[in-house]
Design a protein. Structure first.
Ligand code: PYR
Length: 291
């Protein structure tokens, strides 16, 4: 079972990729014991990055670890194929792509064609990133079969039964990407891909240990605390809150999101900081209790 973190992408005040901060963040996550980094995912603002920036992000994180799944999906297949070709020189765990998003009503045969092109050209195992809520397209087990040659799926889905179907009907490695289902994913799937891992890696690694020891009640207690932080992030706007929460809980700066994911206002930063300082006591208590 694996804990995978869709890494936050730090930007500077003037919206450039901040490689030094990305590197520092990756170093900390690996040091804290997470199993892999999912690069350029939703949390990492993949759809807001140019192909060139996706390459830069890979180079930067690869300096730290080869435990990387490189998300390279996009709406221009030529770019996607050039990123695949670029990835040849990196000995990483795999590549991933979301399905072509934005365009409504895409015939599923085109989505199959898109993923087939990736599988054919990929020098690495291919993971399908299924996020129907965002892409409005569901890459079902049947479509996975039609694509052929896929290694794994990251199903970002609050419907856990949906994720379980991949386990039942395919031979894929299956990860769920909902922050609220880490315990279930660690228990019944191959692991979790969770944005909360950016600021709570210790708690996730602890939860993984408890699950592997069969300590379900204790793992559930961890989950309860995890939920409180997620709810807080949601209250202020999940995507932008990550940046403040990493700073507060991990102690270093990961810069800013890139608008239209707007940084929290000064007032919001003060509010979330005040609230997270209260919650932090619970976090430290758990680490102390099971540490
Ligand atoms: C992502 O941020 O990429 C997730 O699926 C959580």
């Amino acid at each position: 079972m694996e804990v995978i973190v869709p890494i936050v992408t730090p930007f500077t005040r003037d919206n450039a990729l901040d490689k030094a901060k990305l590197k520092e963040h990756a170093e900390n996550l690996i040091e804290k014991g997470i199993d892999a980094i999912f690069l350029n995912g939703t949390t990492g603002m993949g759809p807001s990055l140019s192909a060139e920036e996706k390459k830069e992000a890979l180079k930067t994180v690869y300096d730290v670890t080869d435990k990387v799944i490189f998300q390279l999906g996009g709406l221009n297949l030529d770019d996607v194929l050039s990123l695949l070709s670029f990835s040849k020189d990196f000995s990483i765990l795999g590549v991933a792509s979301y399905s072509p998003y934005y365009y409504p009503g895409l015939p599923s045969k085109w989505v199959v064609k898109y993923f087939k092109a990736i599988v054919e050209k990929s020098p690495h195992p291919v993971y399908v990133y299924n996020y129907p809520q965002a892409t409005n397209f569901d890459v079902t087990p049947q479509l996975i079969e039609e694509i052929g040659g896929v290694t794994g799926i990251k199903d970002t889905n609050d419907d856990f039964v949906h994720s379980l179907r991949y386990k039942r009907f395919t031979n894929l490695k299956v990860y769920n990407g909902s922050d609220y289902l880490t315990l279930q994913s660690l228990t019944f799937l191959d692991g979790t891909v969770t944005a909360g891992g950016n600021y709570m890696p210790e708690l996730l690694v602890l939860q993984k240990r408890l699950v592997s020891q069969g300590k379900v009640a204790e793992a559930l207690q961890v989950q309860e605390t995890y939920y409180k932080f997620l709810d807080l992030a949601r209250k202020y706007g999940m995507m932008a809150s990550h940046y403040v929460l990493v700073k507060e809980l991990q102690g270093y700066d990961v810069g800013y999101p890139r608008p239209p994911i707007f940084p929290l206002t000064q007032e919001e930063v003060e509010g979330i900081t005040r609230e997270v300082r209260e919650l932090r006591k619970e976090y430290l208590y758990l680490l102390d209790k099971y540490g």
